[in-house]
Design a protein around this ligand. Structure first.
Ligand code: 9MR
Length: 622
């Protein structure tokens, strides 16, 4: 885990930053001037669920609102609650609550001279849930994407990187270090492309796969239906008698295991942390069991490009401790989940996990080095949380008492994002400690009851803090900012997952309502009146940063499928060509453009769609 200050809001920081933000005049863009002032979930509200909308209006007294049905009959009236000036959106917000309306149908909501259509349905998120998972099939590497399994023929494409065989990168990096390479080649075919690029990264693959597997295991442990029973997602494996959610996740688990260094291989790698201006020194180690960081093109490819057209050479990047522990966590989880479904696969996963953990303990200080021309970095210089997470998953799978001793010795033992002996910070690809606590809190018969309860309490305390963050937000979502970092929508979904778990543990409706509030924000209740999900809502995202779904750059390429979540507003890394033009001109929640070139704002990624799957599966359990 690196510093999580960008992700975690504390009240003090929020207030200080709020006054700094007020100095930033909100700039009306073409995008903002024509927006309706009533902002709400454009997909729909659950008949029995919470229902809220935001009205942007400068008046400081409550305003009346009405809801009429399709025949114009007024079915509900009320008054807004004035929230006031919302510092991270720049909007003067009123909130409307209409949960009293519990009859499915189409309605018109009117307030302050504005009218907006709303939908109320028993399960408004069922299609969203399916589409959110199909995203993963559509980003598979090493297999053709077949017209029979996608919504439109133009989304089909030939297999990319089939096969994906690579040896270790050798030669000079951008800082002049000379990498020695290795004497083997691995077949690392399969897996998912990370995002808009063609890289496959173990670190980000780890949390993404864990999240999908947890969505399945959570339902199973709670005696709920499989959220994606066989056939639900219509993927090539549909019909094999296994959950589509498990089949999809296995596509990546197999890839993560292929990234493991063969037993006995000796490699020259940088050991320990190097500052960026220090030349690297390479030490020969027994690298067997470690896991390579990523497989990626030697340099970034251009856009648009179908995966099968990638002309660049691909390489394995040096193994390190974080990547190894990511594989361990997920392989341990897989060993548990497939134990009766496919015992041979489960056994193979357990062997990989055990070997990986032993290798990570032998080499606890191998860090990702990012000075290459191609590929994202996913570098992390604090690995205690990865060790805790991987150990927790292997302990839950095996019950090995030695692993429990290790867990109890970890600073993160039973900690959650804002609670426990060492709060982990919000969940993200580089902040995975809470995932270990979630595994321990969910597992039956592993921890003594008092410790299991403490794990649950940490998560519940965190969920309460997230609900407190939602208080006073103009758009009602459980995040104060002030900073909206890269992938802020994915971060919000990770918060929603913790809220969902707190609901599992307590049954308190307020936690479930917090999950819905987070989803409302993604689906249009936000200052840009934007559904950040393709194909869903009146104003869906259309132009993601993606090399294949690149229609807006070249009409020969397809528009995106439905169910793809945009990374979302990002006021912390405004380094793409679109964001550069917005610097100093947008408030945090508005630093976003639906533009294929805006890779810091509008890329899509497996670690953002995965908690989106978790959340939609939570809200739409069958
Ligand atoms: O999600 C990642 C974000 O947290 C980092 O700040 C950013 C810059 O390193 O990288 C993001 O991940 C990207 C990755 O490096 C390459 N594939 C696309 C990912 C999403 O933009």
């Amino acid at each position: 885990m690196r510093s999580t200050s960008l992700r975690t809001g504390s009240r003090r920081r929020t207030l200080a930053a709020a006054s700094a933000l007020l100095a930033l005049a909100p700039v009306a863009t073409a995008q903002t001037t024509s927006m309706p002032a009533l902002r709400l979930n454009q997909v729909g509200f659950e008949t029995t669920g919470p229902k809220a909308a935001t009205l942007v209006d400068t008046r400081t007294t409550p305003l009346p609102w009405t809801i009429s049905d399709a025949s114009g009959w007024v079915v509900l009236t009320g008054e807004t609650t004035v929230v006031g000036q919302d510092p991270t959106s720049g909007d003067h917000a009123h909130v409307l609550r209409f949960e009293a309306l519990r009859t499915a149908g189409a309605y018109s909501l009117s307030a302050g001279d504005h009218t907006r259509r709303i939908q109320i349905a028993d399960t408004p998120f069922a299609t969203l849930k399916r589409d959110a998972l199909v995203f993963f099939y559509e980003n598979r590497s090493g297999i053709p994407i077949e017209a029979a399994h996608v919504a439109r023929p133009d989304l089909a494409r030939p297999a990319g990187h089939a096969p994906d065989r690579a040896t270790c990168l050798s030669g000079t990096d951008t800082r002049g270090n000379v990498w020695p390479g290795c004497d083997y080649t691995l077949d690392v075919s399969g897996g998912w492309y990370d995002a808009g690029d063609h890289g496959k990264y173990v670190v980000n693959g780890g949390i993404s796969t864990w999240t999908l597997l947890n969505a399945w295991e959570r339902a199973s442990l709670r005696g709920l239906a499989d959220p994606y029973p066989d056939g639900a997602a219509d993927i090539p494996e549909s019909g094999n008698g296994v959950s589509d959610l498990l089949d999809e996740a296995r596509w990546e688990v197999e890839f993560l295991m292929r990234m493991q260094v063969p037993v006995g291989a000796r490699l020259q790698v940088p050991v320990g942390l190097f500052t960026r201006d220090q030349p690297l020194t390479f030490t020969e180690i027994d690298a067997g069991g470690l896991v390579h960081h990523k497989v990626h093109d030697v340099k970034w490819t251009g856009l648009p490009m179908a995966p099968a057209d990638d002309p660049e050479a691909r390489f394995l990047y040096a193994p390190n401790t974080a990547a190894t522990l990511n594989m361990v966590a997920v392989a341990a989880q897989a060993a548990r989940l497939w134990r009766t479904i496919d015992p041979a696969f489960a056994e193979r996963a357990l062997t990989a996990a055990r070997r990986g953990l032993a290798a990570a303990k032998r080499h606890p200080n191998l860090y990702a080095v990012g000075d290459f021309n191609g590929g994202g970095n996913y570098g992390d210089d604090a690995l205690d949380d990865e060790l805790y997470w991987a150990t927790a998953e292997l302990f839950v799978t095996t019950g090995d008492p030695a692993l429990l001793d290790d867990l109890r010795a970890s600073p993160f033992f039973l900690s959650a994002p804002t609670a426990g002996p060492r709060p982990t910070g919000d969940i993200g690809w580089n902040s995975v400690g809470a995932l270990g606590t979630i595994a321990l809190a969910q597992a039956a018969d592993r921890l003594p009851e008092a410790e299991r309860e403490a794990a649950r309490q940490s998560l519940i305390t965190t969920a309460r803090a997230y609900l407190a963050d939602a208080q006073g937000q103009g758009y009602g979502h459980p995040f104060t900012g002030p900073d909206y970092s890269w992938g802020s929508n994915g971060n919000l979904m990770n918060r929603a997952m913790v809220l969902g778990l707190a609901h599992d543990f307590t049954g308190e409706a307020g936690f479930r309502n917090g999950v819905t509030a987070a989803l409302d924000y993604l689906l249009g209740r936000n200052p840009l009146d934007q559904s950040y999900v393709t194909g869903h809502g009146d104003r869906p995202m259309r132009n993601p940063h993606h090399r294949f779904w690149a229609h807006s750059a070249d009409p020969a390429y397809p528009a995106p499928p439905a169910g793809v979540l945009s990374g979302g507003p990002n006021n912390t890394a405004m380094s793409d060509p679109v964001a550069e033009t917005m610097r100093g001109q947008c408030l945090p929640q508005t630093c976003w453009r639906d533009d294929i070139a805006a890779f810091t704002q509008n890329e899509v990624a497996i670690n953002w769609n995965a908690p989106f799957v978790w959340v939609t599966a939570f809200l739409s359990p069958t």
